[in-house]
Design a protein. Structure first.
Length: 469
């Protein structure tokens, strides 16, 4: 069998890989993993499945698989910032996402024989075109956001053309800002609506989360705009947001230097629009498919409503009530039951040794580094479980791709959680809770409170600090 994908061709009978018509030399194990991906490209392959299928009766570490995948991606031309051929699905495994065309070698040989018989010996024959997917066409999983101004007909009746145009411009500006912040792609502008792709051109492991965060940000900004608008009340100036996730075929325009989608084939966009149409003003409503991908990251309310899609299928709907305040490692917490921790003896022994040294007063810093999906979070989770036997204070700081332009975000978020716990335990106001928290650690309260209050966006009371408790 001959497989065509991207700029590559792989002949499974002759174990030959070519990229841009140049033969690429790779070791046998890399070829076996590639063939397994091609044969099972319609589903996510876990690390365990790859190890069991491609390293039969041979024990290898996860590091060997990661190294093999790295060499495979290099062989087929996957580069950082370029088209993704092998996608990492965090917490699940890997998926071959490039469009693949299969051609039996016998069919190619038969076609070549017929052309040789029919060809005139006196007329030069043009070689048949190589069998390959349509340029710029690929299968993708997209999370699509549809947002629109509510009460558009009423707005058109109440406002003159200039005011309405200015309002629509403000809506588009706010939409573009919230979309760009989370790397969405505006696919279509309507009179008072916007259709956005998350997962194209650049795919992220958390595109569903990005779409929801973008929708929530837009709803918040529209509320702020309505609060200061002289033309309309907050009830009239509102937005509806609907989000749905599904598989599509994206067809790009190959003649442009940077191909952009001109057509998305599939029901996902229309379903996203229908979800948006049933959303209440100033709310974000998501489908069950999207809700499954973001379980634990957002507080959602089951609407117990259904919208009918093509074919008569029903689609459960959920209204997003907000971002979870703090859920630890949601990806681990959302799993109903973790499998037993296996392997990683050397890494765990090193971490426990450093932990015991820290308990004895010798400060330690450990960097856990590895390819996405290798199990770094699982390793740290296991360390936290084993460290419970020793009394300690644990402070977790987590970076976020959504706040990469916010200085000291991990420290600020950890401090906000500490203040929330302090305020809940003593019923104190935020600034007073900050003073009490710093006072417990013998800090320079008078100097630090104004600085940290400004960093956290807290308003100091008139006259300065509250009296320390």
């Amino acid at each position: 069998m001959i497989y065509h994908f991207g700029a590559c061709t792989y002949d499974s009978d002759h174990h030959e890989l070519r990229r841009d018509r140049q033969k690429i030399t790779v070791e046998r194990q890399v070829r076996e993993v590639l063939l397994y991906f091609l044969q099972h490209r319609h589903r996510v392959l876990s690390r365990d499945e790859l190890l069991e299928s491609c390293w039969r009766e041979t024990y290898v570490s996860d590091a060997a698989l990661s190294s093999c995948l790295s060499r495979l991606r290099q062989a087929i031309g996957q580069r950082r910032g370029g088209p993704v051929l092998i996608q990492t699905v965090h917490g699940a495994g890997y998926r071959f996402v490039a469009e693949v065309v299969e051609v039996a070698e016998d069919a190619l040989n038969a076609s070549a024989a017929v052309e040789e018989v029919e060809a005139s010996p006196h007329v030069p024959q043009t070689p048949p075109p190589a069998v390959s997917p349509m340029p710029g066409t690929e299968r993708r999983q997209l999370t699509i956001l549809s947002c629109a101004l509510s009460h558009v007909d009423a707005l058109m009746e109440q406002l003159d053309e200039e005011t309405l145009h200015e309002l629509l411009q403000q809506f588009r500006t706010l939409a573009r800002a919230s979309i760009a912040r989370f790397d969405g792609y505006v696919a279509q502008y309507g009179t008072a609506s916007v259709l956005v792709y998350f997962g194209y051109p650049q795919a992220h492991e958390d595109d569903a989360q990005r779409a929801i965060r973008s929708g929530l940000a837009l709803v918040e900004q529209m509320g702020e705009l309505a609060a200061v608008s002289d033309a309309l009340s907050a009830a009239a100036l509102s937005v509806q947001v609907g989000i749905h996730t599904g598989g599509v075929i994206v067809e790009s325009l190959p003649s442009t230097p940077n191909p952009m989608p001109v057509m998305v084939v599939g029901s996902t966009p229309s379903v996203a629009v229908r979800v948006q149409e049933v959303a209440r003003p100033q709310t974000v409503v998501i489908s069950a498919a999207t809700a499954h991908l973001v379980q634990g990251y957002f507080a959602c309310k089951d609407l117990a409503d259904e919208v009918t899609v093509e074919g008569g299928a029903a689609l459960g709907l959920y209204e997003v009530e907000g971002i979870q305040s703090y859920e630890g490692d949601v990806r681990l917490a959302s799993v109903p039951r973790l499998t037993p921790f296996v392997g990683r003896e050397a890494e765990m022994a090193l971490l426990l040794e450093r932990w015991h040294q820290a308990c004895e007063g010798e400060g330690q810093v450990v960097l856990v580094r590895g390819e996405a999906g290798m199990g770094k979070s699982r390793l740290v989770q296991e360390l936290k479980v084993r460290a419970l036997s020793t009394p300690h204070l644990r402070v977790e700081c987590r970076s976020s791709p959504y706040h990469q332009n916010t200085a000291f975000y991990p420290l600020m978020e950890a401090l906000r959680r500490a203040l929330q716990w302090e305020a809940e335990s003593d019923g104190a106001e935020p600034v007073s809770a900050l003073e009490g928290l710093l006072g417990r650690f013998r800090s320079l309260v008078g100097e630090l409170v104004p600085l940290l209050a400004e960093l956290l966006g807290l308003d100091l009371p008139p006259g300065g600090m509250c009296p320390c408790r």
